[in-house]
Design a protein around this ligand. Structure first.
Ligand SMILES: [Zn+2]
Length: 192
């Protein structure tokens, strides 16, 4: 299945990866300013930035950032189809004393796919990453779109997770060498 439109997940996951890097290395939530820079780096154009809201877009995607105490980022198809909109939220869970980042359907009732994305959980007491998020950037190849994961992510995934489960949708991944394809969501995974 070749996708000719960029889907919200192809922005939400690379954004989450960048936000995670700040959380893991600096033990804090990224600022709204940093999230804006990440989106610019992902080739989105800033249309508006004002009190409590910033708006970005590219051809296919619209992104709304609500930087408050928590960071809430809505990633919507520019077509207005809300059924595959995603929300990236990052917050400090005081009870767990952890920083958490989750990628959720923005609209639970209408979301059309599955979401297999593992949250990022950084324990502030130990400073350790406690979950196994498999995040990365997307790359287009002739036969489709691939989530590119680095070696470190792969090692952790191999050790603590399940390599046969698609990190994006929870479907079954079929590996061929260093590449895998998910028959459920149509995305591939490759390692670099
Ligand atoms: Zn999948």
């Amino acid at each position: 299945m070749v996708k000719n439109m960029q889907e919200p997940i192809a922005i939400a996951v690379p954004l989450a990866k960048r936000m995670m890097n700040v959380m893991v290395s600096e033990k804090r939530l990224p600022s709204g300013e940093e999230v804006r820079e990440f989106l610019k780096g992902l080739n989105l154009e800033e249309l508006y930035s004002g009190k409590g809201l910033a708006v970005f877009r590219n051809r296919d995607i619209v992104v709304l950032i609500f930087p408050r105490e928590n960071i809430v980022v809505d990633v919507l198809p520019a077509s207005g189809e809300v059924s595959d909109a995603l929300e990236v939220i990052a917050y400090h869970d005081k009870k767990l004393n952890s920083l958490i980042l989750e990628i959720l359907p923005a609209n639970d009732l209408e979301y059309e796919g599955n979401i297999g994305l593992e949250p990022v959980i950084v324990n502030l007491e130990t400073g350790e990453l406690e979950s196994v998020p498999v995040l990365g950037d997307f790359e287009e190849e002739k036969d489709g779109f691939y989530l590119v994961v680095d070696r470190e992510t792969l090692e952790r995934w191999k050790e603590k997770g399940d390599l046969n489960t698609c990190p994006l949708c929870g479907g079954e991944l079929a590996w061929r060498g260093k590449k895998a394809l998910c028959l459920d969501c149509g995305y591939g995974v490759k390692v670099r």
